[in-house]
Design a protein around this ligand. Structure first.
Ligand SMILES: NC(=O)c1ccc[n+]([C@@H]2O[C@H](COP(=O)([O-])OP(=O)(O)OC[C@H]3O[C@@H](n4cnc5c(N)ncnc54)[C@H](O)[C@@H]3O)[C@@H](O)[C@H]2O)c1
Length: 350
């Protein structure tokens, strides 16, 4: 039985508790949150025997094998490094850090501590994505020419105001780093490694430090071109979350609310599993999807040496590398942002 302690009993933790409960050979035995009420209520709801507000108190429980980290993104490295120092395996929510150097410190601490590091990229396990990956690994696309992703979602100001870490550079990042990070990961998973990135980002309407809108263009080392267009300002609700892969011998488009639906599937060659594409489409109720259960299954199997991790620290780092490249052009976007606001001021003077 894998014994788990979870830190950060906020919105995403529910998916973790449900995913852990679904595993016959894993159990959450402790939870921790700086808000005592939240930790206590969570423990009651999910029958967790121990709760704490002090993280080290939880880490001192010798029985815990794995720490699941669901705190604000900027805190993942600190919480992961501490867990590794206590000899616990580490599972962290995405993104694994908001800066590459912090991610590297986390990877190093886990290596030194002789523990495994898992980064939750649950959408890679969606049945639809798995089928596309199979076709990709079998070379059915031929040469890849272009990969594009659109994330046209809506996040009102109230969403950002729910917690003070949201939209800050220190703990969150913006639309690319938080909301669109699974799409960024998918683009690099199919297109990477990366040769060069150009981007423009802007904070057009929300009162946050980081961007609410942006576009990135990528040249991959294999010569293909990628693009990612993201906004959290779509009126009046989420409109699109899609990835399109255009190759020499195949075209696939994945949509749905959490990359769960194959909208276009066309290859020169035909395979018996082409008939499964309808069955692979799922209907999750939120953009978080169903993937956490499969993700935990893989974690337990990896720790029992029955499987390879689907996304470990080095895989999580690849996404973060692309995110950091996108943000390198932040300076330029700050100038654009200023220009936008100056223009707006001029317009209102007229
Ligand atoms: N995989 C996914 O699809 C997915 C979806 C949503 C969120 N996330 C990630 O999960 C993380 C959390 O997001 P959320 O929406 O649940 O945030 P949230 O604000 O709802 O929850 C964070 C929790 O951490 C607690 N916390 C903060 N600092 C702490 C500390 N030092 N010690 C203990 N507890 C502390 C807060 O009190 C809060 O309860 C983020 O990194 C986010 O990117 C991933």
């Amino acid at each position: 039985m894998l014994k788990i302690g979870l830190i950060g009993c906020g919105r995403i933790s529910k998916n973790h508790f449900e995913a852990i409960t679904a595993q016959p050979d894993a159990q959450c035995i402790a939870c921790c949150d700086i808000i005592a009420e939240r930790a206590r209520e969570t423990a009651e709801k999910y029958n967790i025997p121990f709760w704490a507000t002090d993280y080290e108190e939880m880490l001192n429980i010798a029985d815990i094998d794995l720490i699941s980290i669901c705190t604000p993104s900027g805190l993942h490295p600190e919480h992961g490094i501490l867990a590794a120092n206590y000899g616990k395996h580490v599972l962290t929510e995405k993104p694994m850090a908001v800066r590459l150097r912090d991610a590297d410190e986390l990877i190093e601490a886990c290596d030194k501590g002789g523990v495994k590091l898992f980064v939750v990229l649950q959408n890679r396990l969606n049945p639809s994505i798995q089928l596309v990956r199979r076709a990709f690994d079998e070379g059915r696309f031929g040469k890849i020419y272009m990969i594009t992703s659109n994330v046209f979602w809506t996040r009102p100001q109230e969403y950002y105001d729910m917690a003070s870490w949201r939209g800050t550079w220190e703990y969150d990042g913006g639309a690319f780093m938080n909301q669109a990070s699974h799409y960024v990961d998918m683009v690099q998973w199919f297109g990477g490694p990366i040769e060069e990135v150009k981007s423009i980002t802007a904070t057009l309407a929300r009162n946050i430090e980081a961007e609410d809108t942006g576009s990135a263009i990528i040249r991959f080392k294999n010569g293909a071109i990628g693009s990612i267009n993201v906004t959290m300002l779509t009126y009046p609700k989420n409109l699109e979350g899609s990835i399109t892969i255009l190759g020499e011998k195949g075209t696939v488009r994945i949509g749905g609310i959490a990359m769960n639906k194959i909208e276009h599937w066309e290859f020169t060659d035909k395979q018996e599993y082409d008939a499964q594409i309808e069955n692979a489409n799922t209907n999750p109720s939120s953009v978080y999807g169903f993937g956490h259960t499969g993700y935990y299954r893989n974690v337990v199997d990896s720790l029992q040496s029955k499987a390879k991790p689907t996304s470990d620290g080095l895989e999580g780092r690849k996404s973060l590398y692309l995110l950091e490249e996108i943000y390198k052009e932040k300076q330029t976007s700050n100038v654009l942002r200023l220009t936008f606001h100056q223009n707006k001021r001029k317009e209102s003077n007229v």
